[in-house]
Design a protein around this ligand. Sequence first.
Ligand SMILES: [Zn+2]
Ligand SMILES: [Zn+2]
Length: 416
Amino acid sequence: MNEIKAPKGTRDIFAPEIQKWHNLENAIHAYYKKFLYQEIRTPIFEHSELFSRGIGSETEIVQKEMYTFSDKSDRSLTLRPENTASVVRAVIENNLFETLSPLRFYYIGSMFRYDKPQKGRYRQFQQFGVEVFADDSPQVDAEVMFSAVDFLKKIGIEAMQLELNSVGCPQCRPDYLQVLRKAARAQESRLCSDCRRKIDGNPLRIFDCKLPACAEVAASLPLISDHLCGECRDHFAAVRETLSWMNVSFQLNPRLVRGLDYYTKTAFEITSGQLGAQNALLGGGRYNNLIQELGGPDMAAIGFAAGMERIILHLEQLEPARPKTLFVAYEDPQWLAHAVQMAQVLREEGYPVYLDYQGKNLKKQFKKADRVAAAFTLILAENEIQSGSVSIKNMVNQEQIKISLKELNEWLKKNY
Ligand SMILES: [Zn+2]
Ligand SMILES: [Zn+2]
């Protein structure tokens, strides 16, 4: 029979790497609660229409990268390629606007895109992200960016850069798009066929094209920063000022337009120089019209999503210390009941404990203790059991002592 492998672009995560995931997830839960964010968990599949309406039918994601399928009742469903549209859908559907305050959410979960797999990029990948609703203050934009930079620093990522832009709003963007279309059309022959198609659809997407010829054209195209309306200009200036209060350094990138259509005003990305082409760790921005477009009230929103695989790649050197394992060994199967009960008591005290139910003799159990990297082996033998004591072998220096069971707790507190 042929061996069945995991599908292309997916991967298994197990020890020791899984420990980094636990650390990262725990850090996210702890950090974002400080800003009164609440976790939200949404389904991993949604009606396909949510994403075509929410992300934009002209985007790469919707056109090429979605895992869309029909279920047995012929509904068109899609594995979520990102989570913002789902969070917005959930908030509208559950009326959270009326019941929760503040409207601040964070999430951790799997997303799915049919993309070319490479280091740090998978077809099933993990993102964490935040969304803040009902607040159009530029200070919130700055706070969201501060939290992203500060969080990454706190988990040990130093070399990163915050890139910042404003992508305008429905008042100023249409005029800019006309200017942009005109300029792009003048150089149409130098653009790839994809980009030529974007001129009429969404010319902002030309800035996303990775082909050198298109990038060259893009470098000469007019910039949104020169076409912002007064409100967008003021908002953007206040965002930058607040970032300076917070001591967050950033670089303006007037060509940063982000891959999704729903952004308004602030757009940002955090990149790292360490990962080559896959250097974007996190991206986000304001999306003040999405809630209304998806059937909700007219309400401002801002958020970001971070690629957890790429963050984990940066944590490669930070091997977390394993909790010390206690191994309970028994000289003879007749003492197995004692060993089982001792293991229970120790786990109750909070220690990781292992015992080998198949242990034929002490020698084999010591071998097993080494294989599970036990720090100490507690040995139950006739002598010990008669005298109400236990022998403890230090698995690193092989020293062995015997203490009374009454002293065990005290001894572990001192020596564990
Ligand atoms: Zn504007
Ligand atoms: Zn192109």
